[in-house]
Design a protein. Structure first.
Length: 116
């Protein structure tokens, strides 16, 4: 895999976002979260995060985003054949600690590997 930088794991243009949502193939709903997967469009998978203001204040939203990005990189989800979309649907999503988020991600990756 040839990444220009780690920051390229979460960079999308407006057109790419539109195409990403049109090509969603898998949906997972966890407590306060909706995780959508689409076939990756580049040679590596990317991550798109959406955390609305109603979910919490800025420090809470930023902590959540940092945790998800860390898990994405640490678990090497960019090596899977998917682009990931993580949507925080409520305040409950931001209350997950790092271990809870790690369990959610590992559940999803194990389910993906079962279906492959």
């Amino acid at each position: 895999m040839s990444l220009k930088s780690v920051s390229s794991l979460s960079k999308f243009s407006d057109k790419e976002i539109e195409l990403l949502f049109k090509s969603i193939t898998l949906k997972f709903r966890k407590v306060g979260l909706e995780i959508l997967l689409a076939p990756r469009s580049l040679e590596y998978g990317r991550l798109l995060l959406s955390v609305p203001r109603r979910s919490g204040n800025a420090p809470q939203r930023n902590l959540f985003k940092r945790r998800i990005k860390a898990l994405f990189y640490q678990s090497q989800l960019f090596n899977l054949n998917f682009d990931w979309v993580v949507l925080a649907k409520s305040k409950i999503a931001l209350q997950h600690d790092f271990n809870a988020l790690q369990n959610i991600i590992s559940d999803i990756t194990s389910e993906i590997s079962k279906n492959s």
